[in-house]
Design a binder for this molecule. Sequence first.
Ligand code: R5P
Length: 310
Amino acid sequence: MREISVFGGTSHPALTAEICAHLAVPQRPVEVKRFANDCLEVQLQSNCRERDVYLIQSLVRPVQENLVELLLMADAARGASAARVNAVIPHYAYARSDKKDAPRISIGGRLVADLLVTAGVDRVLTLNLHSPQVHGFFSVPVDHLHALRELAGHFRQRDLSNAVVVSPDLGYAKSAAAFARRLGLPVAAGAKERVSDSEVHITAIIGDVAGHDVIILDDEISRGTTVFELLDRLREQGARSIAVACTHGLFADNALDKLAASDVTEIVCTNTAPLEAEHPKLTVLSVAPALAEAIRRIHDGESVSSLFDH
Ligand code: R5P
C-alpha cells in the first residue's frame, strides 16, 4: 500500500492538524514564499514520490491567495511524482458562481474546477457544495460530503418535541428535508429571491412554523443577509424560538456578532472555515473526523458514499 502524505496550506492549519491527528499521520511541512513581485512559490518539504498526497486547503478569505497556494501545491506534488494528488477543500467558495444569471458574467465554479485539474489534482474531497450540480464541474472524481450527521447529532441533544426545520430557499430544501428526516421532524422552506450579494427577499414560507421551535438550516452564512430576512418572516409568522445551523460559518461583515445579538437561541456551524471569534450562543462542530475517515477510505479503496449517504 502506498503511503499517505498530508500537506496543509495556510488557510486552516488547525483543521489540517486535527485531520492528521485522526489519521495518526504526521503533517508534512510546506514552505510558502512571496517574492518581491508578489508572486508565490510553494515547496512541499517532504518526499511525494509514488505517495498518495492529500492537500488540505479551504477556499476562505483571502480566497484568491488560498486558491493560488493550492494550485501551486498541486503542481508541486505532481512535479514531484506523487502517485495521486487529492485536493481536500472543506469549503469550495467558488461554488456560488455556478450559473449565468446575468449577461457576460464568469462562472467561477467551473473555471476554478478546471484550474485545479490543470494544476494536477486527480481527485477532490469537499463538503456541502453550494448546489449539488457543481460536482459536475469537475472532470475528476469528487467525493462530496455533507455535515448533516454532525449537525443532527448536535440537535438530538435538544428538546425537539415542537421543532420544525426551515430552509431559507427551495434550492436547499432537499438537504433540509434530509436533515429533518434524521431528526424525525417536519420541514418548511422560504420562497427566496436574491437581488444582490447583500439583498435577498423572502416573500413566503411554505409550511407551518407558527408556535414551533424553528431550526434554520442553510449551507453557509456569509453576510447573514439570508438568515436575517428569514428571521423577520419567522417572527411575523409566530415562530416560538429560532436556532440557526449551517455547514460553512463564514460570518462576513460581523454577521456572527449581529446574529448573536438577535433573539436566536443558538448558532451552530462546522469548522470548514477557521473561526477566531467565540460567543456563548455559538457551537462549532468539527468535520475533521469525517474528512479523516473519508481520506482513509479513499486511500484504502473503500466506499465513501456508503458512509455519508443522505
Ligand atoms: C444562498 O443561496 C445560500 O444558500 C446561502 O443562503 C447564502 O450563501 C448565504 O449568504 P448570506 O449569509 O450572505 O445571505
